[in-house]
Design a protein. Structure first.
Length: 438
């Protein structure tokens, strides 16, 4: 496996993951020291921990010190606390300080993704001196697309494209190329907001500065994209009514999978018990007008579906930054009209279904079929409206409480609307059918 340097590190990691545990450990040990640090970040975190436990202290020190700082911190993010302490203690003094500085930022801040490996220069330097600096330190730099200009206090004052330097005369000073127009991200900025800045300015890398403007590192687009992908995966899993998986589905143990799903499933089951209670409460109405029971699945599924749709749209809009907490009234006004139109559409279809079945003799709804049809169609209007409002406003409530809006999962919204939908349905039916079937 020592020849794998010619392969992409992701391909090498994939090939090693297919081996048995012992063979994988031996093959990884045979890699050259620098190759180990290149391939290591592409392993699943469980394999990373396994490899570290099987490496000798000398190999572990070499591996950790050779890792890019942002890769090292990404690995530490997924390690248990005791393993983080053990591995950080193996780093040399400079690397240890870098790791501790990065870990000192909030877990959701852009600084947790930054690397201190970049090229910086001063305004009074010549192009020739900058190019010499690039030749000397460029191999370790995360990217060479931009060179960052700082003053004597390490405050970022500009950035220059590498092309500007290559096209300039060697005797030209950096100051002559500067326009003092640059984009930077404050270290405490949330990762989600950082992604918006990357997309707005279409940059592959951006400098990270402190509150005082001091240049502290850079973040590349691939690192922030990987973090966003992980967050979106957790949100999708939560929206499906399960906790976020720590590993991929294929690598999650059966018992862990059950634990992640059981909590929400039990909560939803208890919620659905209220549906049975609601049915029991209206047992008298059902016994007098059995025909009403035929439309219960139709009624509650329509409300649940409309609620799930609304929740999906609002949660995604929140994730993209299109909606803030203060937009709740705008959303409510919009969803009231949406819910009324959607409910009216389904109500008309429900009425026509009963009418056609009655006229064609497919099913006899009795002499009061018109009022049964009215009960179903009017109930659909209110239930779809209620489902739409519930699905759209619950994410705002959760965000206000400091919770993840993704926990307003489709099953949760559907369960809520199921129970309340039955109350609406039988209340409307009582209004139209009292003195007739009831």
């Amino acid at each position: 496996m020592a020849n794998t340097i010619n392969n992409h590190p992701a391909d090498t990691a994939e090939a090693l993951e297919k081996l048995s545990k012992n063979d994988r450990n031996l093959a990884f040990l045979r890699l050259l020291g620098e190759d180990k640090s290149i391939v290591f970040p592409y392993f699943d975190k469980t394999i990373q921990q396994e490899l570290l436990k099987n490496l000798g202290s000398k190999d572990t020190v070499e591996l950790l010190n050779n890792l890019a700082p942002d890769d090292r911190i990404a690995i530490f993010d997924d390690f248990p606390d005791h393993l983080i302490k053990e591995t950080i203690s193996l780093l040399d003094e400079n690397e240890r300080q870098e790791a501790l500085n990065l870990l000192g930022y909030q877990s959701n801040s852009i600084a947790r993704l930054m690397t201190p490996l970049y090229i910086q220069t001063y305004a009074h330097w010549t192009v020739e001196k900058v190019l010499d600096q690039i030749k000397k330190y460029g191999k370790k730099a995360e990217t060479l697309n931009f060179v960052y200009v700082i003053d004597e206090n390490n405050i970022l004052i500009d950035d220059l494209k590498i092309g500007q330097l290559l096209m300039a005369e060697n005797t030209t000073t950096v100051a002559e190329l500067m326009d003092y127009n640059f984009v930077a991200i404050t270290a405490t900025t949330p990762i989600e907001n950082g992604l918006e800045i990357f997309e707005k300015y279409d940059r592959a890398a951006l400098p990270i500065i402190s509150e005082n403007g001091i240049l502290v590192g850079i973040v590349t687009f691939d690192d922030i994209l990987a973090k966003i992908k992980k967050r979106d995966t957790e949100d999708i899993q939560k929206f499906g009514g399960t906790e976020g998986l720590d590993l991929s589905y294929t690598k999650t143990r059966l018992l862990d999978l059950v634990k992640k799903r059981a909590g929400w499933l039990i909560i939803l089951f208890l919620g659905e018990m209220l549906t049975a209670s609601a049915m029991g409460h209206f047992e008298g109405e059902i016994s007098k007008a059995v025909v009403l029971a035929l439309f219960v699945p139709l009624i509650i599924s329509s409300g649940g579906n409309s609620g799930s749709q609304a929740a999906s749209l609002i949660i995604r809009a929140m994730a993209l930054g299109e909606l803030k907490i203060n937009d709740w009234w705008y959303v409510m006004r919009k969803e009231i009209f949406s819910g009324l139109l959607l409910g009216t559409l389904l109500g008309i279809i429900g009425f026509l279904r009963i009418l056609i079945w009655q006229e064609l003799g497919i099913y006899d709804y009795g002499q009061y079929w018109f009022w049964v049809a009215m009960s179903v169609s009017v109930s659909l209007v209110f239930i779809v409206l209620w489902g739409t409002l519930s699905g759209s406003l619950i994410p705002f409530v959760l965000r206000r409480l400091g919770l993840d809006p993704a926990t307003a999962s489709a099953p949760f919204v559907a369960t809520l609307v199921d129970v309340t939908g039955l109350v609406i349905y039988f209340s409307v039916s009582a209004l139209f059918l009292t003195g007739k079937l009831l």
